[in-house]
Structures are given as structure tokens and as C-alpha cells.
Design a protein around this ligand. Sequence first.
Ligand code: HPA
Length: 271
Amino acid sequence: MSNEKAAEAAAIIREVADLPYSTGLVLGSGLGAIADSVINPVRIPYADLPGFPVSRVSSHSGELIAGWLEGVPVVVLAGRAHFYETGNPGSMRVPIATLAALGCDTLILTNAAGSLRDEVGPGELMLITDHIAFSGINPLIGEPSEDRFVGMTGAYDKRLRGALHGAAEREGIALATGVYMWFSGPSFETPAEIRFARVVGADAVGMSTVPEVILGRFFGLKVAAISTITNFAAGMTGAELSHEETKRLGPVGAVKLERILRRFFQDRGLE
Ligand code: HPA
């Protein structure tokens, strides 16, 4: 079902922008401006693509942008549907399947996250090395094929991580690394949950990305993911958390993230 919709969506995209796509890029909260760097952009609202979610989070526009980023043919997904919006962990299944149907072999995910580390504060970036799917939910539940038993040992591609680190270094931007722990949201975590998260090895917490990593691996894509830190996690400063803060601080990290991604794509364009 999702494959048929993805094939349909891919055909619609190819009709208006028939490029040799290699990379899909998912933009998280407050990071939408990165899509403005796409050259010769063709914009398609999710509402015009079969099986794509129509997001209701105010800072997520729900638009696919096809075009070139530093010489690399990309498909940017500006806006994602979260588990907390729909109760469906597979709400990004068709968009991710569409990237694969378009010929992409690489998926770069971005998000906003809360940091558990004192030295990685708001405005900083963290390259995700591994995750903890604390919600106990999985987007492949109900998937009938044997392919559902996706290996997750090397989910965050080592080569891509190396390339992103290299890009950050050349841009002179600090890029922390760490484990991202997925909480379902939409309420933020409690201070007790954050203390628990620290004990089990989390460096950042957030409400997205993990289902897309699993789906990306299911569809055979190489995956990398970067968090922009918008706040210290619950209980670390005594301040109450809010989505307003996420929206306000997302763009601070986004400026650095855009530079890293541009450099990463420049290098890829030369490959
Ligand atoms: N928790 C969960 N999701 C988030 C946070 C957080 O502290 N910050 C941004 N997204």
C-alpha cells in the first residue's frame, strides 16, 4: 500500500522535477529556512502527494522541495508528522518510501532536541550516533514482510557521520556526538524521566526522528541525523519547557547546521 502511494508520489514529483536524486533531507522544528538554499526549487505541498501527512504543528510547513543543494540533487521534506500528532508511528512511511522510489540512497534527518549535557547548550548541534526508542513504539509494527526485522547496529552510517564531522570541522563549528532518546511527547519529559534518561545513556531527548531512522533503514537508505539543541532537558535549569522556546531557538542552531550541510553537500557533489 505505502509502496504504491510512494510510486505515485514519485511519479508526480518526476513530472515537475526529473532529477537524478541522491539525498533526502528532513527538516525539523525551526529549521525550515534551510530549504531556501535549494537552487531551482520545485515546491509541492504534502497535501498534493498521496499518503503524505498534513502536519498541524505550527512551525512545520508540510512541503516537499526538489532541487539542487551545492550541486547535489536533493529532495527536502520540510515538515514531518510526529507520532504525537497522529498516534501513528508510521506517519512518515510514504514520504520516506518516496525518497527511495526517487532513487535516493541517503537520508539526512534533523530535529530540535533537549540536551542532557551541561556542556552542550541551546544553539549547539549534536550528531546522533545511536538512539533509544523509549516509547516502545515501532513504525514497522504490522509490517507483514520478513524485511521488518531491520538490523539497527549500524543505523547511523559511519561514513556519513565522518563526512558530517569533516564538514563541521572545516566550517569551524563544534559538533557534539551522542545518543538520542525518543519520548513520544507531546508533553515534555519530567525531571525524573530526564534523570532516568541520563542513567541509561542518553545525551539528548526529543519527540521525532527515531521512527524515520527505522523506516529509512527498512527502505535501504543510509541514514545520518543531527539535533539542534534548543534547551537543557527538564529539571536541569528549573525553567519550564515550551514549544515557543523550541521555535525561538531552532533557528540559532539552524544557521550553523545549514553551513555544515552546505559543506557536506559541496564535498558530496565532488565525489
Ligand atoms: N524534550 C523533547 N523534545 C524536545 C525538547 C525536549 O526537551 N526540546 C526540543 N524538542
